[in-house]
Design a protein around this ligand. Structure first.
Ligand code: ADP
Ligand code: ZN
Length: 440
């Protein structure tokens, strides 16, 4: 499969590292002078821009956290005057203030470039019709894909999220070949097609989907691929860095290539901040090397993964990150046991008869221990007519499996078709009633 920008994407690693070092020195110089809060951090750490000359100097620099950005909300980390800021986006920020993303004209050009690389990596060309069901608006997903598709000359259908039934009609009528949305919404689309008697595989021309913006397991990927008869690619990004376009899988789908000439990745130990070598799991940290409006230096994403630098058969030299394993803050502690939502998803999807729609509900009734409930839909054939004996068996089986993989007891609540709310964007997987305030 072709690359959008082979010169950049397959640059020899020594040349790439040299380029990264030069860009790093420049961006630090720039940020130090343009962003007061980061200058203060550097001053406190006793680091001067002159101390940063190559990649080896990176670990002298202080980290930036989500809280740092919140402290200067909304525009305190912008490095250019508002006259030169041409676009604003923001993260969902369910509870707290959202994180803002600001873009100069050049930043939008950069975003377009990395999104053109991204969609090309998934085989998109000017012959494709791209049904873009990521939300358009403040969320970066919709518009991020939009500019990438336009740049490669594909026909983009800016349908955004919601009105699922209408989407099915449009997807078929317009002969869409590419689908972009969250993995959970992909499932909702496949399901809705089934509800109105449309066999997705035979009626739709979609051959590939580019899914991201929320965690999803390999089991979920298989589920989506089987239901839709497509190839599903994983894409990763975040508002603080640029939105989608930070990394994406290639045709080998053995990790997501990071656009490292612009976004410099590191893995650190989240507890100590110590830099970890390739091949080790830890927290992903990014430094933007070329952004103007809002560079971020050593930004702690809170996302957990592993980086690999070995060459990839596709010819790209850019490091690969494994599928995100979760966030450093999404681990649930249930009666003292660490529980990862991704492990619950993996387990549920391995059980015949359960559907990929679930929610994890945590509660702590007064003076009692934590209660972990998993609400999951069972296949509709158990309900037509309702077969309580087999539903009880299924529940027992699921509870036994979960107890074994999690090491803590979870109560399974089997639900009928469509009882877990479908999301057009990021699915809400965990409802923690124990906490009054949960950070987004
Ligand atoms: P919010 O933090 O409000 O969700 P964003 O829309 O910027 O704001 O989302 C970025 C976050 O979404 C990432 O830090 C990561 O946790 C998650 N994310 C994005 N893409 C993926 C992906 N492919 N796999 C897992 N998680 C992802
Ligand atoms: Zn590759």
């Amino acid at each position: 499969m072709p690359m959008w920008n082979p010169e950049a994407e397959s640059m020899p690693r020594n040349a790439l590292e040299k380029l990264q070092g030069e860009r790093l020195a420049k961006i630090i110089e720039y940020t130090y002078h343009q962003m007061p809060f980061y200058r203060q951090k550097m001053d406190e750490a006793g680091v001067k821009p002159e101390d940063i000359r190559s990649l080896d100097d990176l670990n002298k620099l202080p980290f930036t956290t989500k809280q740092d950005l919140r402290n200067v909300y909304p525009f305190g980390n912008f490095c250019i005057p508002m006259e030169e800021v041409v676009r604003i986006h923001a993260s969902s920020g369910t509870t707290g203030k959202p994180t803002v993303g600001g873009y100069s004209k050049n930043d939008l050009e950069l975003w377009t470039e990395v999104m053109a690389r991204t969609v090309t990596s998934c085989g998109v060309t000017n012959k494709d019709v791209a049904h873009n069901a990521y939300g358009y608006g403040l969320f970066t997903g919709g518009l991020g894909f939009h500019i990438g598709f336009q740049r490669v000359g594909a026909t983009v259908v800016p349908v955004s999220g919601g009105m699922t039934r209408r989407q099915i009609m449009l997807m078929e009528d317009f002969s869409a070949t590419i689908l972009t949305c969250t993995p959970s919404y992909a499932l909702a689309l496949a399901e809705e097609a089934g509800n109105i008697g449309i066999n997705f595989q035979s009626r739709m021309k979609i051959r590939a989907g580019i899914f991201g913006a929320e965690p999803w397991t390999e089991e979920m990927r298989r589920e989506i691929e089987n239901r839709m008869g497509i190839e599903a690619y994983d894409i990763y990004g975040l508002t603080e860095i640029i939105g989608p376009g930070v990394s994406v899988e290639c045709e080998h789908r053995n990790g997501l290539h990071i656009n490292e000439d612009h976004f410099l990745p590191e893995i650190i130990d989240p507890a100590t901040g110590e830099k970890l070598p390739y091949g080790t799991e830890g927290e992903l940290v990014f430094t933007t090397l070329t952004k103007e409006a809002m560079p971020v230096i050593r930004y702690r994403t809170r996302d957990r993964t592993v980086l690999h630098a070995e060459e990839c058969a596709c010819g790209r030299t850019m490091v690969r990150m494994e599928k995100i394993r979760g966030r450093t803050d999404d681990m649930l502690i249930v009666r003292g046991v660490n529980v990862f939502p991704s492990l619950i998803e993996k387990t549920l999807l391995s059980i015949e008869g359960l559907e990929p729609h679930y929610q994890i509900v945590l509660d702590r009734p007064k003076d009692q221990l934590d209660e972990l409930e998993v609400w999951v839909e069972a296949n509709r054939h158990f309900f037509e007519p309702i077969d309580t004996r087999r539903l009880d068996q299924l529940r027992d089986e699921a509870e036994a499996e979960l107890a074994q993989t999690l090491g803590v007891r979870a109560t399974i609540k089997l639900m009928g078709p469509n009882s877990i709310e479908r999301s057009a964007g990021k699915a809400v997987r965990v409802v923690d009633k124990r906490a009054l305030y949960k950070d987004s």
